[in-house]
Design a protein around this ligand. Structure first.
Ligand SMILES: [Zn+2]
Length: 283
């Protein structure tokens, strides 16, 4: 979503969440492009929609309105059969001891965002690009306070650690990240985005998550390959065919929900969705 907004003229420092009010139709047409590409799950344009993030743009008083609109835009594109994932982006650096807030204060802020997303028609909560399991747990608790029934998904961002393993930015392992949020009541766990990972890394991460999740469904959303700079712009180097192959491998590892993070265009998702549909009709 972020890259799609930038392609339509969103400056890198501006709030993409404001587009849910200012350019609502355009946000809807991005969702529709993904829906037409075969996506069953649409992620709301609310990654930077917490009060913390919005306050950086002087928009904290519009938090509820912007998140509700984010969910509504995805809801109308999803239609009756599609799912809307209410997106909550990272907030780990505000929690003590790294940040200033107590878990109670953080929970209240995240709860307010999730309330607005559910109000606008989100079917599930996606806490994504998480790094600190303790903060992710607060996010799960916030979602549970909003609704005991809503499906809660936690997705971590990983990078390669020196020892050849995978760690989040705060140093958490796959196993630790999974255990903490499942114990807190999350329904689905997995990985998205990440730093300097290639498509092989996501397949390995998928396998590790499936092993750690003990039967709970796993979601993996790779970036569209490695990030490279072309003319000062970030681009991702995987073709739709390579992303389709990545989706096939993830399913083979037992991952149940696949999608894409940075650089994944509707063209990539169209190729991936063909593979997923072929696999699920064969199963
Ligand atoms: Zn990403």
């Amino acid at each position: 979503m972020g890259m799609q907004l930038m392609e339509r003229g969103l400056p890198p420092e501006a709030s993409g969440v404001l587009w849910n009010a200012k350019r609502y139709e355009e946000v809807g047409s991005i969702h529709m492009a993904y829906r037409m590409a075969g996506c069953d799950l649409l992620t709301t344009n609310s990654y930077g929609g917490s009060e913390f993030e919005l306050s950086k743009h002087g928009l904290s008083d519009r938090m509820a309105e912007l998140n509700r609109a984010a969910a509504e835009a995805a809801r109308s594109a999803a239609g009756a059969d599609g799912w809307v994932l209410g997106d909550v982006g990272p907030f780990g650096d505000v929690l003590r001891p790294q940040g200033e807030l107590t878990a109670d204060e953080l929970r209240e802020v995240i709860e307010a965002q999730i309330d607005a997303l559910l109000d606008g028609g989100a079917d599930a909560v996606l806490l994504e690009t998480m790094s600190d399991p303790a903060a992710a747990v607060v996010g799960v608790e916030a979602a549970r306070n909003c609704s005991s029934e809503v499906l809660v998904i936690v997705s971590y961002a990983f990078e390669l650690s020196g020892a050849g393993g995978y760690r989040t930015m705060t140093g958490a392992s796959v196993e630790e990240g999974v255990k903490r949020v499942l114990d807190a009541g999350a329904d689905v766990v997995g990985a998205n985005c990440g730093m300097d990972l290639d498509l092989d890394d996501y397949a390995i991460l998928g396998r590790r998550f499936v092993a750690a999740a003990g039967g709970k469904p796993v979601i993996v959303q790779p970036n569209a390959g490695a990030r490279i700079q072309v003319n000062g712009k970030d681009v991702y180097d995987a073709s739709p065919e390579q992303m389709a192959e990545a989706a096939r491998r993830l399913l083979e590892e037992g991952v149940r929900i696949v999608g894409g993070c940075c650089g994944t265009t509707p063209e990539h998702l169209a190729a991936m969705s063909q593979v997923v549909r072929a696999a699920s009709s064969a199963a």
